[in-house]
Design a protein around this ligand. Sequence first.
Ligand SMILES: Nc1nc2c(ncn2[C@@H]2O[C@H](COP(=O)(O)OP(=O)(O)O)[C@@H](O)[C@H]2O)c(=O)[nH]1
Ligand SMILES: [Mg+2]
Length: 433
Amino acid sequence: MVAISRRLRKVLKYLLLISCATLSIRYIHFCVLNYCITYEEYNLEKKYYNVSNDILHKYDELRRRNLRHGLKISSSSYHDNILDEEYDEVRESSNKENAVLLMLVRNWELSYALKSMRSLEDRFNRNYNYDWVFLNDVPFDAAFIEATTLMASGETKYALIPSSDWDRPDWIEDDIFEQSLNDMEKQNIIYGNSKSYRNMCRFNSGFFFRQKILDQYDYYFRVEPDVEYFCDFPYDPFQVMRQQNKKYGFVISLVEYESTIPTLWKTVREYIELNNDQTIDTSSDLYQFITDWNDIRTPRSRVEPTDRYNMCHFWSNFEIGDLNFFRSKEYIRFFDYLDSSGGFYYERWGDAPVHSIAAVLLLRENEIIHFDEIGYMHAPYFTIPQSEYFQLKQKCICDQTEEARIDFSGISCLTRWWKHGSGKKFMRETYQS
Ligand SMILES: Nc1nc2c(ncn2[C@@H]2O[C@H](COP(=O)(O)OP(=O)(O)O)[C@@H](O)[C@H]2O)c(=O)[nH]1
Ligand SMILES: [Mg+2]
């Protein structure tokens, strides 16, 4: 009995000791400087730290591997060598192209012009200092010149457009023109009743590249007021144009409002018939880009050739182009033919479908480039590199709602471009293997 109670005392003593230790551990405070936490809190912190650290570094190796190999960062890129040393080296040697940033703009749009300039300077031009050229159908005022000069990292130049390049030609018949303005207004067609908008579209279609102030340049980058560039440019797009022998570059492609161009395609087809001795290849893949009506989202659908315009065009408020393409006699002959029909005034033809159709008919497939890596917003739509890795690497900031994202919406022509344009390399590689 005595032995049992002694053993029991021993057990009880141990139990007492253990619970004392447990209790004291629970309330032991770890203090660093003036900050004390309990052991329990410490353990919890440690657990959270480990979990968040694991997540933070989960993809480090993958990212590092991508960085070491330069691009191909994601399957959404066409180019193997963007971001690799080749481009960085050229940037360091400050090798500039013979190129210009070009803005057609009105004096009252100053604040919007400055917004676009600030964005493009921050994201691209502060590293290159390309010249800016501003065009206007009336003289720029002193405030406009002062503010834009201060905003630019490169030289700024200003030119007045001759009225012969801007105004409605005499041979446009007033009564038909006025009738068209009224009709389009009744139909609520965007800019349908605007005379100046028609001048602007015709100027951008056939005259911008003939302005004397641009004679010295080979490439232009069209910038509009009130646009934004969401990401750092991972390369100098002018350099890409020259090195890869590109003549026309775009970021967004979508369908045009049919009511603004009722007879544009008929006129284009007439031109093609009349010029069948020229090098327009209507059996090319590129021609399919603007005539394929198949639902592109069905990957295996066979394309039946059509001769009907599907309204796909490159959105020309952003464009990077080779001025020599527009200066060519082929382009000018094409423009003159369209212009002579009066469609810029009797209808409301935009410069976007005109540039796009010309590029498709007169250029080779591999002379058009989709700048997939550039983040860009012109209301109401934006585009941004698809891969999150790219967005991080290029320091993208995009505060827009998903609805404004054009590339995967029903009115985008990007998937058609992938299919019939230069095509995503990875798609071809996949299909071939
Ligand atoms: N100088 C001048 N520029 C114009 C005129 N109309 C439009 N623009 C410019 O042409 C471009 C397209 O016009 P915008 O109003 O942005 O049309 P949207 O982009 O089609 O909605 C912009 O760069 C405008 O600043 C005009 O009457 N005079
Ligand atoms: Mg605009």
